[in-house]
Write a protein that binds this ligand. Sequence first.
Ligand code: ZN
Length: 117
Amino acid sequence: MFCTNCGKKILPNAKYCSHCGSYAKKSSDEFEAQETVDDVTAINNELVYYAKKAANKMMWTGIGWIIGGIVLTLLTGGFLIFWGAPLYGIYAFFKGAYYRANPNGLVKKAMRENSEN
Ligand SMILES: [Zn+2]
């Protein structure tokens, strides 16, 4: 819920606002329910935002490994061919691209891994 005085977000059922200290009036049940839906949407949007960021990082990591493998191969004059790095890079890039298009998949995966630990 939100403080009726300063409008900042406060804990549900809080008696006083932790930002301005004013007494937090109880709002109607209907208003509370709507806020809960809004809170869930806000949390989900935030998770999707971080999932997209993580997916972008995966893609850049992939590009880094591809370039790294090519550079290492060129540095040795093709004497040593670093197949592993670009192959891993391609894998990481496509994994990132998949989760970039499907950030909810990464959120669900993180939640699964979290509950297993
Ligand atoms: Zn306040």
